[in-house]
Structures are given as structure tokens and as C-alpha cells.
Design a protein around this ligand. Structure first.
Ligand code: BG6
Length: 486
């Protein structure tokens, strides 16, 4: 099946860092459908060959194992073309139309990897030029808006120009093998489902920690912050995957209907929970892996008195029969003690203790998302070595450790590679529907409004730590602690 993939923002950061490497990997693995053409779109005046050369030079900074050799690149480059466009000019879309009609590929993908401010313009212009026909799919990168109203406005325009089935809203976390494994663990195995409820689970913690700072994206991040950058999308998608009911089948809408129900069941915020259950922080200078790093306010593109949060920790509940009363904690931040994303499901303690167990030891399931990908089941067991009476009544923690990288290593594909192939295949399962997105915005908006009127600003935390101590105090008030403190 032939395809044309039009990459708006073809000379931009996302295209260089993620999309081209992913397309190349797929090409190398032989999974990219035959008969493809990738058209980079940008404002520069480049020939096809100049564009190919730009891309080739960018591969120099890609991890060695993922870098093409000259012969491979020459074959990959044959798929690449460049089209100069001013995205506000109808004539340029007409020229694109002509270019696509000449080839008449079986499917056309419009990947909008531009600045978000251009999303609606691109959609409207594509529709006006008749480039929204049934064989066209459109891919939209996050962030889609900066609050509920702007998200709705974008989605309304998108809906006017395309049917929902044509729209692929990317949340790259859904493409990660570890997140797909989460679905597989829950809905491909019967073992956990009976335990997956309030009667057995004491609390669930989602941590998405990064050791990197804002790098070169200071100006973007200033307007965005951790809540919009990570919580509204990635963290809530993980929460949905962990909390949703089993879908009736594996089709896109069945999955998305269940995720939507979770988002609708999130406990509404009150003045009290906003002040007690949400902690925002901002990194100050510190050390990450022993190396001194500047504070957020010293980063390029960041205001010296910035109030933007680089850390959020929050507590919420899901108000339905399965989860009522179970706290869900979400935590994400930049310049934390390490790069570590995981979910911890803490089970209740035994109802009546007959052994001595280490303080705070409970059964838990740890779902490692990155850098490790796997499952750890923490149990308590008797060590056989010591025959004293005290020892025979004492239990020690042990764990079953499944490492999916070791087991499936070479078969795994990266998030963007997987998602791009799904778009080419027309599979919407791992993409976000507009109603999910709007519901997520509806839920985060009270936090944004609360912060706007709260002049205390984010709490400072030293780079290289686990964030402000208030985040530990918040969870401690419920009698729990974060996974690294247990
Ligand atoms: C992006 C955010 O969506 O996700 C970045 O905009 C963040 O700020 C990134 O660094 C994290 O993704 P990953 O795959 O590195 O965990």
C-alpha cells in the first residue's frame, strides 16, 4: 500500500529528534510499507538533495546503533523530498495538492509537527484545498491548546475539517512498549483483575521523573510548565490505563470509551483539596549525578523571577465503585534525582498479622516504565537460613522480577516508530480522542486557576533531589510514602 507522509515542520526539532529517526528505524526493520514517500515541509528554500543532506548530518547525533550506514541512508533518502511552503498561503496548499495528486498514493498522512499556534491554520487550509478526503489522516502533536477553551477551539476546527476517524492525536507515552505492556498485563491475564480494586489496593502511585532540565526549550516551557507538559496528557493517560474497566474489545473506541469514563470520574477539586493535595515546585541549582547544574531561573529563555512549575505532585481519587476512597498519587518533575518512570500498586496489609514483618512492608506490584521496562511483584517470605524462634516468626521482603527488555529486547520498537506505523495502518487504539483530551483539560484547569491567584508560587527544590519536601508531607498525611522512601 503506497503512502505519502507530509511532515509539516519538516525542518523542526521534533522532525530531527524523533520522527526521522523513527521512520528510519522502521525502514531498517522492514516494517515501513513499500511505496512510501516522505515529504518534509518547511519555509526554507531547499532542494530535495539539500534536505536529504540536512537529515543525513542530523543522524550524526543519533545513538550509534540507530545511525544509518551510507548505503542504508542512500536507500532511505530515496524516499525523502522537500516542499517549500508558507503555511498561511492557499497557493502553497494547491501546489502540495498537485504534487500529491500526481502520485495518487493509497493513503496520505499529514503530520503537523509545527508550533501549536499553526494547527488550526494548517487544518483549515488543508480542507480549503480539498486535502481532507477520505484517504487522508492527520496527526496532531501535543500540546493541543493551553487550557480547556483553547483545546476546544482547536478540536472544533479539526472536527470541521476532518472526521474523528481521520484524526490521530499523539501522546507518545501510549506508544511506549512499557505502556502497552500495562494493557497486556491487565487485560491479557486473568491473575490481577480480581485484585484490581479498592478491597485489595491501598494506594497507587505514578512517578514520571526526569533528570534533565528544560534544555533548549526554556521559552516554550515558561508558558507550559509541568502540569500542562506532563500531567494533563502523559500522566492522565497512565492513570487511565491503570484504572480503566476492561474494554469490551481491543478496538479504538472501546478503549477510549473506558479511558473517558475514568477521566469523568476524577474527583472534582475543592478549595481545600487544591491547597492540600497539589504541590508545585521549581528546581534551583544543585547537582545531578554529581555534576553541578543551574536552577530553572538561570536557564536560557527563562525569566529570572519565573513562577513556572517544573514539578507537580498531587493526590486524587476516582469516584466509582471500583476505586472509591483509593488515593492515586501523581508526581512528575524535571531535574529530579534520576530518570525513572514507574507505577506502584500498593496492596493492603494482611488483615491480622501473625508474623513479624518489616515496618511498612506490604505486597506491591511495581510497573517499571523507563529506563527499565518490566514488572516487580514484592512479596514477603521466610528466610530459611536462621533457625532461631524470632527468625522463624519474621518475614523478609523478596521480589519476582520480570525484565521485558531482556526477554523481548531486540523485538521492541520505539514509541514514535510504533505510533507512525499505526497511523499508516489507520489504527487509532493508541491515539487520544477529542473528548478524552477535553475532559483532561477540564480536570487540570482548576489547578491552573488556583495557581494564578496564589501568589506563594512554586516551592523551590534543589536539582538532583526528589522535589519539595511538601510532596512527601502530603502523602505522609495519608500514612503512606513515595516508593523511594519505603
Ligand atoms: C514530552 C515533554 O511530552 O515528554 C517533555 O514535552 C518531556 O518535556 C518528555 O521531557 C518526556 O518523554 P520521555 O519519553 O523522555 O519520558
Amino acid at each position: 500500500m503506497s503512502f505519502d507522509l507530509v511532515l509539516f515542520g519538516g525542518t523542526g526539532d521534533l522532525a530531527w529528534r524523533k520522527l526521522m529517526p523513527a521512520l528510519f528505524q522502521s525502514f531498517r526493520h522492514g516494517t515501513l510499507p513499500e511505496g512510501g514517500r516522505i515529504i518534509g515541509v518547511g519555509r526554507d528554500d531547499l532542494s530535495h538533495d539539500q534536505y536529504r543532506e540536512q537529515i543525513r548530518s542530523r543522524f550524526d547525533s543519533v545513538d550509534n546503533s540507530k545511525r544509518p550506514n551510507p548505503e542504508e541512508f542512500a536507500r532511505f533518502a530515496a524516499l525523502l523530498e522537500f516542499q517549500r511552503m508558507d503555511l498561511s498561503k492557499p497557493d502553497d496548499y494547491a501546489a502540495l495538492n498537485t504534487m500529491l495528486e500526481e502520485r495518487n498514493a493509497d493513503s496520505v498522512v499529514m503530520y503537523v509537527a509545527t508550533a501549536p499556534a499553526l494547527f488550526t491554520t494548517v487544518c483549515e487550509q488543508l480542507a480549503a484545498a480539498g486535502l481532507n478526503g477520505f484517504k487522508t489522516r492527520i496527526v496532531l502533536e501535543k500540546p493541543l491548546g493551553h487550557d480547556l477553551a483553547s483545546n476546544r477551539a482547536i478540536n472544533e476546527t479539526v472536527r470541521r475539517c476532518f472526521t474523528e476517524k481521520q484524526v490521530f492525536r499523539i501522546d507518545h507515552y501510549l506508544g511506549k512498549p512499557s505502556v502497552q505492556n500495562l494493557f497486556a498485563m491487565r487485560f491479557g491475564n486473568a491473575l490481577f483483575e480480581p485484585l484490581w480494586r479498592r478491597e485489595h489496593i491501598a494506594n497507587i502511585q505514578i512517578t514520571m521523573a526526569e533528570d534533565l532540565g528544560v534544555e533548549t526549550r526554556g521559552a516554550f516551557y515558561e508558558k507550559t510548565g509541568a502540569l500542562r507538559d506532563m500531567v494533563q496528557n502523559h500522566a492522565l493517560q497512565l492513570l487511565c490505563a491503570i484504572a480503566m474497566e476492561p474494554p469490551i474489545n481491543a478496538h479504538a473506541d472501546a478503549i477510549r470509551d473506558e479511558k473517558l469514563k475514568v477521566l469523568r470520574s476524577l474527583k472534582p477539586w475543592t478549595a481545600e483539596t487544591l491547597s492540600q493535595h497539589v504541590i508545585r515546585g521549581q528546581y534551583s541549582a544543585g547537582k545531578v549525578s554529581g555534576v553541578p547544574v543551574p536552577g530553572y531561573r538561570e536557564e536560557m529563555g527563562v525569566s529570572p523571577d519565573s513562577q513556572t512549575e517544573t514539578f507537580v505532585a498531587l493526590r486524587t481519587e476516582i469516584t466509582n465503585w471500583r476505586w472509591a476512597g483509593v488515593p492515586f498519587y501523581i508526581r512528575t518533575g524535571k531535574r529530579l534525582a534520576g530518570r525513572d518512570a514507574h507505577i506502584v500498586v500498593n496492596f493492603h496489609a494482611t488483615p491480622h498479622p501473625i508474623f513479624n514483618t518489616p515496618v511498612g512492608a506490604v505486597n506491591k506490584l511495581v510497573i517499571n516504565l523507563q529506563p527499565k521496562d518490566g514488572l516487580e511483584l514484592h512479596l514477603l517470605a521466610q528466610s530459611q537460613g536462621n533457625r532461631s524462634k524470632a527468625a522463624s516468626q519474621s518475614l523478609a521482603p523478596v521480589q519476582l522480577d520480570l525484565d521485558f527488555d531482556k526477554r523481548f529486547g531486540s523485538e521492541r520498537v520505539g514509541a514514535y516508530e510504533r505510533l507512525l506505523l499505526d497511523v499508516l495502518d489507520g489504527r487509532l487504539n493508541l491515539f487520544v480522542r477529542s473528548d478524552e483530551q477535553e475532559e483532561a483539560w477540564r480536570w487540570v484547569e482548576p489547578m491552573i486557576e488556583h495557581w494564578q491567584s496564589d501568589t506563594t508560587g512554586p516551592r523551590p527544590y534543589a536539582a538532583g533531589t526528589w522535589g519539595p519536601s511538601a510532596a512527601s508531607a502530603m502523602i505522609a498525611r495519608d500514612g503512606f510514602c513515595w516508593s523511594e522512601e519505603s
